[in-house]
Design a protein around this ligand. Structure first.
Ligand SMILES: [Zn+2]
Length: 309
């Protein structure tokens, strides 16, 4: 299996869900072994900074995943964009952004999937790097816990249990592939509780949140007039977030991620625990033969995408 990137650049624009600030995001093709790298433009005095989307660059995980260059440049809410790239099997991309937070769009990764389909995916002449989990690693945070265990392919097994009866207990097990990601995960939106709104606003969160980009959950109803996209949209969104957060490992994962009540902080702790134990994983070497430019093999296009409702 070879590495992939985008065939051409594609642009997305919207406000950030927490900052409320607008940003223009461009997904660009990138060379093999680049992984996901953000180019933050529009900083003071016209500065620009490259920030590699790796767990070592994570600055904050409260309600969103934020990465930083450690020198004042940061990018917030990176998880849905990265989830779409990882979910569709795009290994390398340069993500240019002129604001502090990735556009929220419809609160899922569906619009990123559409954009990637529009750009197309091409294979490069290097083998895909795979991080293979070879030993069980576990983390806990209060009642929440997560485990990475060996397995074939990338499986996510996520369970949530909320007191709110609109959500309750939901579990989803997903053997990840681009087709499954596209059909079962990409359209699941982020969600928030009405009772938390005032508190979030005071803390500087959710300033760009609206019914256009967030499922608003009240004690006895879903506030959005269109209702839910899936009966268990909430747990599906947790899977979407986990795919994005775990992509900060820097390579495709072969193993099973099992989690109870995960959030960005728990996903991040999982990666920290994994990388702190060198005997818990192996990383396949990419072939070292010289690269004679990028092979322009189209492996995916919008023609294969599902109809969006
Ligand atoms: Zn999310």
């Amino acid at each position: 299996m070879n590495q992939t990137t985008l065939r051409e650049a594609v642009v997305l624009e919207d406000v950030g869900v927490h900052s409320g600030k607008p940003a223009r995001l461009t997904l660009h093709p990138a060379e093999a072994n680049t992984g996901y790298t953000f180019l933050r433009t529009g900083l003071e005095n016209g500065r620009e900074r490259l920030i590699s989307a790796r767990h070592t660059a994570v600055l904050a995980t409260e309600l969103q995943t934020v990465i930083s260059d450690g020198n004042g440049a940061s990018i917030a809410t990176i998880e849905h964009c990265l989830s779409a790239l990882a979910g569709l099997g795009v290994d390398n991309a340069l993500i240019e952004i002129d604001g502090p937070e990735v556009p929220i769009l419809d609160g899922s990764s569906a619009r990123f999937v559409d954009a990637i389909d529009q750009a197309g995916i091409v294979q490069l002449s290097r083998q895909r790097k795979v991080l293979k989990v070879v030993k069980k690693t576990r983390v806990e945070m209060g009642a929440a816990w997560a485990e990475l265990t060996p397995g074939n392919g990338f499986r996510l097994d996520v369970e949530i249990d909320f007191k709110n009866p609109m959500i309750g207990r939901q579990r989803r097990v997903v053997d990840m592939s681009p087709a499954v990601y596209r059909r079962d995960i990409s359209r699941a939106r982020t969600f928030g509780f009405m009772r938390d709104v005032e508190k979030l606003w005071k803390a500087g969160f959710a300033r760009g949140a609206s019914l256009e980009n967030t499922i608003a959950v009240d004690e006895d109803r879903i506030v959005n007039p269109e209702g839910l996209r899936y009966r268990d949209e909430f747990v599906r969104h947790k899977v979407l977030d986990a795919v994005g957060d775990l992509s900060l490992a820097g390579s495709a994962i072969q193993g099973t991620y099992k989690a109870y009540m995960p959030g960005h902080k728990l996903n991040f702790k999982m990666l920290e625990a994994l990388f702190s134990d060198r005997s818990a994983y192996t990383v396949s070497e990419t072939n070292t033969r010289r690269e004679y430019g990028q092979a322009e093999v189209l492996v995916s296009s919008a023609a294969y995408g599902p109809k969006m409702s």
